[in-house]
Design a binder for this molecule. Structure first.
Ligand SMILES: *Cc1c(COP(=O)(O)O)cnc(C)c1O
Length: 395
């Protein structure tokens, strides 16, 4: 028997390790939160979760999840259209649609699936899909699965987008696709600019707002709300795995015909299990909290401001902005890895990213603050950054 594949992959894995590109998984023994306990017993301040509102461990959600487990059971063992639709699934879809100011919504096991099952079901050879170059992997893969002509514009470059809109005038439908917030930078798409181009060229706009829904914009409804263009986004996708509780699940929200068609034809929706009852029910509670507890949102943004100001005062170079994704540019990949290790020694868990995840020469530590952080957590984290920065020669 030949072991050619194992030999080839072992070599490739060795190469990854040598190039510093190997991703290892740090094991935790605690729930997700502002502090986490690592397998070696250390307790550290966590600055790398997408737990923006701190809902992953919120007592009200844990109570709701327990009740839901009792009432609706653990699993459904079915896809939606056979015997996998409970009242909570229908209720959550309607609640998400109402919250996002869209006529309808449908649930997926993840936002990766929502994006994977979107384009192929709606667009074919007659259509053109125009996508931002920094869009999430799931958008890239979803677009690859569909037969439409595909175009890409450099990140947030509306002039290049307009050129492509001119070039694709003959397409039946044209769809502009963008993340609402770009996760490596914490920067917003210019949705107002995109929507105005879309209107001028009669194109559709699709936004994946996974890093925004729940806390961004005055009502926490995301990037379109923040920029005053909510009615102009035709298709919205997002995750339940970040601000909205952090378990898992995703959704697409759009017009009734688009959502109805996706229920008939979207492959990850049709051929993958229903969202677990406990997640459907608890996500409803998460959305209620988002609506009622504006305090969490205010606290998150206040924490982001405080941490950004502290890092800047220490002399670190940040990508400017106000989003709770706060990237600290170190430029150099080995130094970034050293900095992440020094931070962990100092009691702070944050992750370094380098090429090819970010462009060459833009290696960085990406931090994310949460409403679960106390101001004292952030002060302690700043002390750790100062110490680690001096140790590694960054400061
Ligand atoms: C996190 C993320 C996803 C994936 O969401 P899951 O629900 O974890 O599959 C998709 N798109 C964007 C923009 C994301 O940030």
């Amino acid at each position: 028997m030949s072991h050619a594949i194992e030999d080839r992959l072992s070599q490739a894995l060795t190469d990854l390790r040598r190039e510093g590109l190997y991703k290892s998984e740090r094991v935790m023994t605690s729930p997700q939160g502002a502090h986490v306990r690592l397998a070696d017993g250390r307790e550290v301040i966590n600055l790398c979760a997408n737990n923006y509102l701190g809902l992953a461990g919120h007592p009200a959600l844990i109570t709701r999840a327990r009740e839901a487990l009792e009432r609706y059971g653990y699993g459904l063992a079915s896809v939606r259209f056979i015997c996998g639709t409970q009242e909570i699934h229908v209720n959550l879809e309607q609640t998400l649609a109402d919250f996002l100011n869209q006529p309808a919504a449908l649930l997926y096991s993840s936002c990766f699936d929502a994006n994977g099952g979107l384009f192929e079901a709606l667009f074919d050879e007659s259509d053109a899909v125009i996508s931002d170059s920094l869009n999430h992997a799931s958008l890239i893969d979803g677009i690859r699965l569909c037969k439409a002509s595909r175009y890409r514009f450099p990140n947030r470059d509306l002039n290049a987008l307009e050129d492509l809109l001119r070039k694709t005038a003959k397409a039946r439908h044209r769809l502009i696709v963008t993340d609402g917030i770009f996760s490596m930078d914490g920067l917003e798409a210019d949705l107002a600019g995109i929507c105005s181009l879309a209107q001028r060229y009669e194109a559709l706009v699709m936004v994946d707002d996974s890093h925004a829904v729940g806390f961004w914009g005055p009502g926490g409804r995301g990037t379109a709300e923040k920029q005053g263009v909510e009615g102009q986004v035709h298709i919205l996708t997002g995750t339940l795995g970040k601000a909205l509780g952090g378990a898992s699940g995703g959704y697409t929200a759009s017009s009734q015909p688009i959502v109805d068609w996706l229920r008939q034809r979207s492959r990850p929706y049709l051929f993958s299990n229903s969202l677990a009852p406990v997640i459907a029910a608890t996500s409803l509670a998460a959305l209620s909290l988002v609506r009622e507890e504006t305090r969490l949102r205010v606290r998150l943004l206040e924490n982001a401001r405080r941490f950004r100001e502290g890092l800047t005062a220490l002399g670190f170079e940040l990508i400017p902005g106000t989003h709770p994704i706060i990237p600290i540019l170190l430029h150099d990949a080995p130094r970034t890895q050293k900095m992440a290790s020094a931070l962990l020694e100092a009691g702070v868990y944050a992750v370094g990213f380098s090429y090819p995840v970010v462009p060459q020469g833009q290696a960085r530590i990406r931090t994310q603050v949460s409403a679960a952080h106390e101001p004292t957590d952030l002060d302690r984290a700043l002390e750790a950054f100062e110490r680690a920065g001096r140790e590694t020669g960054v400061l």
